[in-house]
Design a protein around this ligand. Structure first.
Ligand code: ADP
Ligand code: MG
Ligand code: ZN
Length: 488
């Protein structure tokens, strides 16, 4: 047995990502693009693949694909067309999928990820447009034990883009960063929800290994069936190690498709190159080719919103945020919008950032909610921060108030009123409590007077306790000093 160290191998990964487009209607018919509606409620002769039905290109889908291509620094093809990809499977009634082969809408771009403290470019080979397939549900009849399958065609014919990377990725972690960057971009563009768990954003991974220093590509394995970022990460780690071990043991690797088995944490062989499909691509005769004029491309470019990297940069300069805060606050467009809406109402950018990344994110995580589902609006956060600033409540009490706001959607003012949490900042109201603390703690008073300045902290604590946390500690501190220094 040859024993070879893993560090003698380089992992090579290229990703194929599919994203469902957020159009009103499907790719080639007028059916609503609502894959999760009541099964088979959004279907027609075109997307059911009935003989004689003719497809019509969804213009918005072409625009969104070009927009995505531009955001990924691609060139947009002046000539583009659709092709038939022939295969026979029950998720495709027609017996072929309308896709793009030789002339994708966009090609030769790149995106940047930050890995190991430096910026790295991952090449984008192509972005093309196709139709999604129907959904199959595999069941077993409980009485007979016989397997059967159900078909829901709502998803059949939904516009789908495929984004194919160059084999520029060299670790599972890089793949995760690339996927996250890509998902953030499609979300910012509003072209896709990017939701991986729901299957609106899917990833197939091509993996090979080669000796370090070699420039030739090794035999690749295509891994499918990963339903989360974590699954992609685990599948890639597993597959790279499996291939390196195989080579070390002198076992030949075969070009094949493998499926990720989430529960077992392994990839399992599905089909080899010999049994691979021959798709017999040919130009789709029922659709005209498209010529995308430079002026049309320019008009698409004008629809480009601010992209995540630019927004992150702007958050650092405009609001003085740390790179970390700028990063987490721009991870989704919804978060960035929420942040900016709050700052508009309460102009203390760093305090807002601290409150959102600390309190709000903690509560969202704990209840597994997205920011869009938060019952507290930016105005609600701004109100609360204002109340802290004015000294109406303490920062400590504000955290409890915020939890209540988050839970019930009630306003800060009403919660503070109902709980009697209003901070006591009025010196006259605190006077008695301060006198009592001085009278009850002669030792601390003596310590303070003998020059131990920190003894005052204990006295402040006593007043806070007596006020059940409602006293304004700053005011208490001033009062104590005034009294002790005066009697000094
Ligand atoms: P296919 O025609 O089988 O889909 P392609 O050559 O078009 O294969 O590449 C598909 C994806 O696989 C791309 O993302 C590409 O970067 C990646 N890829 C190609 N060859 C390799 C390899 N040897 N190792 C890893 N990834 C690869
Ligand atoms: Mg492929
Ligand atoms: Zn239809």
């Amino acid at each position: 047995m040859k024993v070879l160290a893993p560090e003698m191998y380089e992992v090579v990964i290229g990703l194929e990502v599919h994203a469902e487009l957020l159009t009103q209607s499907k790719m080639f018919c007028g059916c609503a693009n609502q894959p999760n509606a009541t099964p088979n409620s959004n279907v027609c002769p075109v997307c059911l693949g009935l003989p004689g039905a003719l497809p019509v290109i969804n213009q918005r889908a072409v625009e969104l694909t070009a927009l995505t291509g531009l955001a990924l620094n691609c060139s947009i093809s002046e000539f583009t067309r659709f092709d038939r990809k022939n295969y026979f499977y029950p998720d495709l009634m027609k017996g072929y999928q309308i896709s793009q082969y030789q002339h994708p809408i966009a090609h030769d771009g790149w995106i940047e990820i930050e890995y190991d403290g430096r910026i790295q470019r991952i090449g984008i080979r192509r972005v093309h447009l196709e139709e999604d397939t129907a959904k199959l549900f595999h069941r077993v009849d409980p009485t007979t034990g016989r397997p059967y399958s159900l078909v829901d065609v709502n998803r059949g014919g939904v516009p789908l883009i495929e984004i194919v990377s160059e084999p520029d990725i060299h670790s599972a972690e890089q793949a995760r960063l690339y996927l996250q960057a890509l998902r953030t971009i499609v979300q910012y563009l509003g072209v896709s929800t990017g939701n991986m768990e729901e299957g609106s954003f899917r990833c197939d991974a091509n993996v090979s290994v080669r000796p370090v220093g070699s420039t030739e590509l090794g035999t690749k394995v295509e891994v499918k069936n990963m339903n989360s970022f974590r699954a992609v990460f685990r599948a890639l780690e597993y597959e790279a190690e499996r291939q390196i071990k195989a080579i070390a043991n002198g076992e030949p690797l075969t070009q094949e498709t493998r499926g990720w088995d989430e529960s077992r944490g392994i990839t399992v062989g599905q089909r080899s190159k010999e049994s691979a499909h021959d798709y017999r691509y040919f130009p789709e005769p029922d659709l005209p080719p498209l010529s995308l004029a430079p002026s049309w491309v320019a008009s698409i470019r004008q629809q480009m919103p601010e992209l995540p990297a630019a927004r992150r940069q702007r958050f650092e300069t405009q609001y003085g945020l740390s790179p970390y805060d700028a990063e987490v606050l721009t991870t989704t467009r919804a978060t960035a919008d929420y942040y900016e809406a709050t700052v508009k109402l309460f102009d203390r950018p760093k305090q807002v950032a601290n409150w959102l990344t600390g309190e709000l994110f903690r509560l969202l995580n704990a209840s597994n909610l997205e920011i869009g589902q938060s019952k507290v609006s930016p105005a609600g956060v701004a109100d609360l921060l204002q109340l802290i600033e004015k000294g109406v409540i303490s920062g400590r009490a504000a955290k409890d108030v915020f939890e209540e706001m988050f839970r019930t959607g009630e306003s800060a003012n009403r919660i503070i009123e109902a709980k009697g949490l209003t901070q006591i900042s009025d010196a006259a109201a605190l006077d008695r409590l301060v006198d009592e603390a001085i009278a009850a703690n002669p030792k601390s008073v003596a310590d303070y007077k003998s020059g131990k300045a920190q003894a005052i902290g204990f006295l402040v604590g006593q007043v806070m306790k007596a006020s059940r946390g409602k006293a304004n500690p700053g005011v208490v501190n001033d009062l104590l000093r005034a009294k002790l220094d005066q009697t000094g």
